[in-house]
Design a protein around this ligand. Structure first.
Ligand SMILES: [Cu+2]
Length: 312
């Protein structure tokens, strides 16, 4: 076997391994566990199919033309040096890409706008406020009054609105099996709807490099039944420690830690964090996430003045 054949075999083998294992659970994005992730995977599949609609004919034609028009004795191919333009070919290679870009653009826009709404409207959503810290994730449950670090519990089948900010360099919040990532930025509150179909532990991680301890910014989203969720909340309330203002200052200090559960946290902590850093909210969030009535736009510049953090 020649070196050329060997490397070809290697490439084909690697490609086969990739494609044949495409549905293995290791490929989290291709194994969505909720409506948002599923919607996004449909978009990935659609894009792949449309891209292949170009790539496959191009490579088939390339191989065919190289073979058909190769030079050989008694070459029967026509020699037409004055050839310059073909109306049909022009229509084909402009028309097909225009259709593909149109279809792709339409579905991408449609999905993107649809995902700013809760995946289903019949169930009362849950709000979880997420703060990216150096180098840990703080989760606060404004409806339940509890907080966690580096993991969060959610009820199955309930749309969860994650409100995201950072009290550290900007990060990106990502739970691959539940849906795409959204930035967590200092001074801004962003939103991300996610929902889990069935109980399970879903891996999440920061997807934007934030420095030394970044590699340890993994967390689990634990999806359980509503009953188990309610039990977990009451257990957190009765057995957890309170997160105090001083405790939060401690948490903010750069460092890596495991998980933690808090029975309570300083009221309005999330909004204070957003406001002291700049106070910009996703306009769609005003009145939605503002459990303490403070969500809304704040004039730019106000944030740089000392003491503009909302009063306690
Ligand atoms: Cu921003």
């Amino acid at each position: 076997m020649s070196a050329g054949h060997k490397s070809l075999l290697l490439v084909v083998g690697a490609a086969a391994a990739l494609f044949l294992s495409g549905c293995s659970p290791n490929y989290l994005v291709l194994n969505p566990a909720g409506p948002v992730g599923r919607e996004e995977m449909h978009l990935i599949v659609l894009s792949t199919v449309l891209v292949l609609a170009v790539v496959i004919p191009v490579f088939v034609l390339l191989a065919f033309i190289v073979w058909r028009y190769r030079d050989r004795p008694g070459n029967p191919a026509a020699y037409r040096p004055e050839w310059s333009e073909s109306r049909i070919l022009e229509i084909v290679w402009w028309g097909i890409p225009i259709i593909i870009v149109g279809v792709l653009g339409f579905y991408t826009a449609k999905t993107t706008f649809a995902l700013t709404e809760p995946p289903e409207s019949s169930t009362q959503p849950l709000t979880i406020q997420v703060t990216s810290l150096n180098w840990k994730w703080l989760f606060q449950y404004p409806g339940q009054g509890v907080a966690t670090v580096n993991y969060c519990e959610i009820p199955v089948g309930v749309p969860v609105q994650f409100e995201l900010t950072a009290d550290s360099p900007m990060n990106s919040f990502w739970v691959p099996q539940l849906g795409g990532q959204e930035y967590a930025m200092p001074g801004m509150a962003m939103r991300l709807w996610l929902q889990a179909d069935k109980p399970g532990t879903y891996y999440g991680h920061g997807a934007n490099f934030t420095g030394e301890g970044f590699a340890h910014m993994g967390f689990n989203v634990v999806a359980v039944s509503q009953k188990d969720f309610d039990q977990w909340v009451s257990k957190a309330k009765s057995t957890g420690q309170a997160l105090t203002e001083a405790g939060y200052q401690q948490l903010k200090k750069p460092g890596v830690m495991g998980t933690a559960t808090y029975s309570s946290y300083p009221p309005g902590l999330f909004h204070d964090t957003v406001w002291t850093n700049g106070g910009r909210y996703d306009p769609k969030m005003a009145g939605m996430g503002g459990t303490d009535g403070r969500a809304g736009m704040m004039p730019k510049g106000a944030a740089s003045m000392p003491g503009t953090g909302a009063p306690k």
